[in-house]
Design a protein around this ligand. Structure first.
Ligand code: PLP
Length: 397
């Protein structure tokens, strides 16, 4: 079956964050929203149908986990990531960002230091700072058009207060799929200094065609298996993040007890009817849709890359190896980050994330979400080209 990713779907009137927050973020509602990481593609019918089918029964009472839930989930991880996960290692997590906050709360103490690698998904900062822990930056470096880790700096930043590393694997906003060698080197340092790792692998199922496969950090060594808390979810790849359906995977029984016990103590360890139903549908029926979606997104990335090269060479995209987010280097446009963001919003009519929200290294950058119909991409880039042309003309006069 050929899925249709060209369909333009109006999201106004659905309380979509992507649309409703535009005025607050961009100063106008009149932007093509290409920011928050959900897709403008239809959530696949096998998910919508599974939910509709459940709605045929008129009682939405308390629910238990479907019997085949963990079989399907562990099989998916084995098939896609070559990781043999035991069912008892896995549990329900009410969202990955909440999971990061719980990990901070139950695995560290106030004033402990936690390392992150900016520019990175900004809630990593919030869960650390809002819980009164110390945020330690190990900034990524750009090398030949991709992000690399500065492991010497990583090791230098470790003190006896450093307890945790929150890892984005694959990386957002850079789209890196870290290689096994990179992960091994990173693991060696974490092991040497006994730093527990929380590996956020929400983008794992979105490795783009012909790229190196994703490696779960916990599979790197016996030590990483015993010292990593992994988070995964079908929510992002199947475009149903509003349903909230994620899992933790913790092989080490003591670490699991600490984390799962914390969730249980707050009664936060159970999912809702629809997220269970939807997750089962994804894992049973989702593979073909996933592949076609990634091919379509790759087409959008190629389109963006060629358009920028030919029409707006001042903007240099970091080509992602996973996911649908593109990190745009706009330094050559000669504006600071705030001016850039304003220019994109108010003059080009495009709502993109401002680079500096991702922390140090985000200066002069914007993040563009390309999980949209091709026509939206075409419209967005033509608006951008026009705005840049008139800016150049007005500066020349
Ligand atoms: C790295 C990363 N982690 C977590 C999330 C969000 O996860 P959740 O919606 O389950 O909190 C995102 C969304 O963009 C993300 O990029």
């Amino acid at each position: 079956m050929k899925y249709n990713f060209d369909e333009i779907i109006e999201r106004k009137g659905t309380n979509a964050v992507k649309v409703e927050r535009c005025k607050a973020l961009f100063g106008t509602e009149d932007v093509i929203p290409m920011w928050v990481a959900d897709m403008d593609f239809r959530t696949p019918d096998f998910i919508l149908d599974a939910i509709k089918k459940r709605l045929e029964h008129p009682i939405l009472g308390y629910t238990v986990t479907p019997k085949n839930f963990y079989d399907l989930l562990t099989k998916w991880i084995l098939d896609h990531h070559n990781w043999e996960v035991k069912k008892e290692w896995v549990g329900f997590l009410p969202g990955i960002v909440p999971g990061l906050a719980f990990a901070v709360q139950c695995l560290t103490e106030v004033q402990d230091e936690i390392i992150v690698q900016p520019p990175v998904y900004y809630p990593f900062f919030h869960v650390i700072e809002n819980n009164n822990r110390k945020l330690i930056y190990n900034q990524l470096v750009e090398d030949e058009g991709i992000f690399k880790m500065d492991l010497a700096d990583f090791e230098n930043k470790i003190t006896d207060k450093t307890k945790l590393f929150i890892f984005c694997n694959p990386h957002n906003p850079g789209g890196r799929v870290w290689t096994k060698e990179e992960l091994q080197q990173l693991a060696a340092i974490c092991e040497k200094h006994q730093i527990t790792v929380v590996s956020d692998e929400v983008h794992a199922d979105m490795v783009l065609p012909n790229q190196t496969p994703h490696t779960p950090f916990a599979t790197i060594s016996e030590w990483t298996k015993e010292n990593t808390v992994t988070f995964m979810a079908p929510s992002k790849v199947f475009n149903m993040p509003g349903l909230i359906s994620s899992s933790y995977i913790i092989p080490n029984a003591n670490l699991r007890k600490q984390f799962a016990g914390y969730l249980e103590a707050s009664e936060m360890n159970a999912g809702n009817i629809f997220s269970y139903v939807a997750t089962v549908a994804c894992y049973e029926e989702g593979e073909e849709w996933r592949k076609q979606m990634l091919e379509y997104v790759q087409g959008n990335i190629d389109y963006l890359k060629n358009f920028l090269k030919n029409e707006i060479p001042q903007i240099i995209p970091m080509i992602p190896e996973a996911s649908f987010l593109v990190w745009l280097d706009c330094k050559a446009l000669g504006m600071d980050t705030d001016e850039l963001h304003k220019f994109f919003s108010l003059e080009a009519g495009l709502g993109l994330n401002k680079g500096t929200v991702f922390g140090p290294g985000g200066e002069y950058h914007l993040r563009m979400n390309v999980a949209c119909p091709r026509r939206t991409m075409e419209q967005a880039l033509s608006q951008l080209k026009k705005a840049i042309k008139s800016k150049v003309q007005s500066t020349n006069y």
